[in-house]
Structures are given as C-alpha cells and as structure tokens.
Ligand binder design. Structure first.
Ligand SMILES: Nc1nc2c(ncn2[C@@H]2O[C@H](COP(=O)(O)OP(=O)(O)OP(=O)(O)O)[C@@H](O)[C@H]2O)c(=O)[nH]1
Ligand SMILES: [Mg+2]
Length: 357
C-alpha cells in the first residue's frame, strides 16, 4: 500500500517525505522521477507488550510513501509522472499554510483552499482526458459489434464523465461491486482517497487539532474518503534531528504536547483501510498489517502463506488485557483468551497465536 505525497511546488513535500522515511534529502529540481520510502507506523501498544515479554526484536508495521514532483498541467502530461501517481493507493496532498518570505509561492500568496481546489481540478481534468479517449474507442467498437459489456462500460464512463464535468472527483461516484471492478483498472487520480496535510507555520504549532477541525468542518465538509492532518514541517524536521530524550522538551517550547507526524501516519493508515493485529512472545513483539475486517485465516496468511492454508484456530486476546494481567497465564485464568475459528473477524489490537496443522 502506497501513499503518494503530492501538491503544488514548494509546499514542503520532499521535507515531509524526508522526515517520514528518514531518507536523505537530495535536491532533484526538475526531476520527474518518484522516490519511494518506508515509514514506521507508531504503535505504543508494541512498547507496552515489549516491556512484558522483553524480546530481542520489536517490529513495527510500515507504510510506503512516494515523494512526487509538484502537480501542474505540464507535469500531469508526463507519462512517467502519471504512471508514478497511478500506482498510489492514496494521496497525501501537502497544502502550504506556513508563511515564509524566503520560500516563493507559485501564486504569490498563501491560500490553502485555493490550492486544494486547484490540484483537485488538475486531477479531475487528467481523468477526463482518459475517459474521453476510452469512450471514443468504445463507441468505435460498439459500431463493429454489440456486447453487453461494452454497453455497461460506456454507461459507467458516461456517468463518471458527467461528474468530472461538474468539477467533482470520482471519489464521489457511487459504485456497485461490478462497476467498482470495471473502473479499478483505470487507476483514476481523482478517485484515490485523499489525506490533506496542512503544513503550518510555527505560530500555529500549538493549534494542530484546532486547525484540523477548522478544515474538516469547513472546506472538507461532505467530502468522501478524505482526512486531514496538520503538522508543522519546520518543527518536525528539527525534531527528527534531536535525540528522543530531548524531543518532548523541544515540542513543549512551542506549546506542543505531541508531534503531528504520528497522527499523520495513523490517518493515512486509516484512509488506506488498514489495521494492525499483533503477535507477542519472548522472541519478537510485532505489528502486522491487514485490511480492515480481515478474517482470522487472512491474518494468519499475513504472517506466513502456509498458515492461511493450514489454519485451524487462533488464540485471541486484546493487547490491553494481556498487558494488564501481565501475560498469558493471567488472561487464561480470567477467561479472556478466546479460541476463534475461520469466520472470526480480527480487530485492531488483537494479539494472535495461530494454530495450524
Ligand atoms: N518555513 C518553512 N519552510 C519550509 C517548510 N517546509 C518546507 N520549507 C521550505 O520550503 C522549500 C521547499 O521545500 P521542499 O520540501 O523541497 O518542498 P517541495 O514541495 O518538495 O518542493 P518541490 O518538489 O520543488 O515542488 C525549502 O526551502 C524548505 O526549506 C515549513 O514547514 N516551514
Ligand atoms: Mg520536492
């Protein structure tokens, strides 16, 4: 699962990518290539479980981020850039809110709502071009040969086209399962879930949550598959350079209780429809990523494909119970360790032991 970091020029995309993934900052002005990196999903539950089991290894879930060149009419015509965007499962759109005279803004002023709409419109226009071409092709095919499949695809794309022509993203399209399948292969840009990242200036640093609320209830109200996360890129960049022991004090000096980065990663995880279940023992404490509502055998398959095929049962306990009762004997005694079968739907924070043949 990949989240592509997109936005207008000089909004802080590469800076964000660098902080998230620890990649080395390199200037790639004018480059159309997309860079890939991996970020650790912060998870305090793992730390609690590690205190209990004291394993030599603690493994976090990860998410992949792509650092993309800026969005513009020109860049969206570049086939390499487009291909890079299409493979993404979601977008993180970095919106510039920070004022800084030394960093030029394309439009000469700070206006995140204008920028949000501008990028949305570019994505919509890019999808429209694809649909128009495809419809032309299909109409030609229809003249040669009539088929129900061609008719259905034309109907679907016509509906999609009407939406785009009203400047609406395909995220808003209501689809049944069949149409969902039909449309998937196009990898339309305006259909991807979108995380709006507000890149705030230091003056707003102590109001991360308020700024998010303001945006959620204002410009983002009623939008489907959209989340918002606020960060202060400059502070985060400096924070990343500090030893962990000094980070809290540094945040405090800006009136901050927490880094915005953790919530940003969590929000993109949610937007991708993912969750974590955990495994815990003396050798390793680990978080595993599966789609929301996965059944126990699918979760077992995330650990090892053989476990899915040979799945018998899962021993399940909530991580908090395991920590509170200080390990397996305690939860067993209280009857909190359950045996679950193939139909069990795994929950975020379940600690599993897979029984397989
Ligand atoms: N004051 C301030 N400056 C920032 C912040 N984030 C980035 N910058 C500066 O803005 C400039 C552009 O940052 P990048 O992270 O390269 O932005 P980008 O969006 O990747 O830029 P392009 O890829 O060229 O479109 C750099 O000079 C950064 O130091 C921020 O949060 N606050
Ligand atoms: Mg960049």
């Amino acid at each position: 699962m990949k989240t592509a970091i997109i936005g207008l020029p000089m909004t802080g995309k590469t800076s964000l990518f660098t902080i998230l993934t620890g990649a080395s900052q390199e200037s790639r002005a004018g480059s159309m290539s997309v860079r890939t990196g991996v970020a650790k999903v912060p998870d305090p539950r793992l730390e609690e479980l590690a205190k209990l089991f004291d394993p030599p290894k603690v493994t976090y879930a990860t998410v992949e981020y792509l650092d993309c060149p800026s969005i513009s009419k020109e860049s969206l015509r570049d086939p390499g850039f487009l291909a890079g965007l299409r493979v993404a499962d979601a977008f993180a759109h970095v919106l510039r809110v920070f004022p800084d005279e030394t960093v030029p803004h394309e439009h000469g002023s700070i206006d995140p709502v204008r920028d949000l709409n501008e990028v949305d419109t570019e994505l919509i226009l890019s999808d429209l071009v694809v649909i128009e071409k495809r419809l032309e092709r299909l109409e030609k095919d229809r003249k040669k040969q009539r088929s129900a499949e061609i008719d259905q695809e034309i109907d679907l794309l016509t509906k999609a086209k009407e939406l785009l022509e009203q400047d609406q993203p395909l995220r808003n399209l209501e689809l049944n399962a069949e149409d969902e399948k039909r449309i998937r292969g196009f990898q339309f840009l305006s259909q991807k879930p979108m995380l709006c990242v507000l890149n705030l200036g230091e003056a707003d640093a102590s109001h991360l949550r308020e700024k998010e609320e303001e945006f959620r209830n204002g410009p983002l109200a009623g939008r489907k598959q959209t989340e918002v996360a606020a960060i202060c890129g400059k502070i985060e960049a400096e924070l990343a350079e500090l030893p962990v022991a000094d980070q809290r004090d540094y945040l405090g000096s800006y009136g901050l209780h927490e880094s915005g980065l953790e919530r940003l990663i969590e929000a993109s995880y949610r937007l991708l429809g993912l969750m974590s279940f955990l495994t815990a023992g003396e050798t390793e404490v680990r978080a595993w990523t599966v789609p929301l509502n996965s059944k126990a055998p699918a979760a077992a398959g995330a650990i090892h494909s053989d476990f899915e095929k040979k799945f018998i049962r899962a021993e399940v306990v909530n991580w908090k119970n395991l920590v509170d009762l200080k390990g397996y004997p305690g939860v067993r005694e209280k009857g909190l360790l359950r045996l679950e079968g193939k139909e069990y739907i795994v929950k975020d924070g379940d600690v599993l032991v897979i029984r397989h043949s």
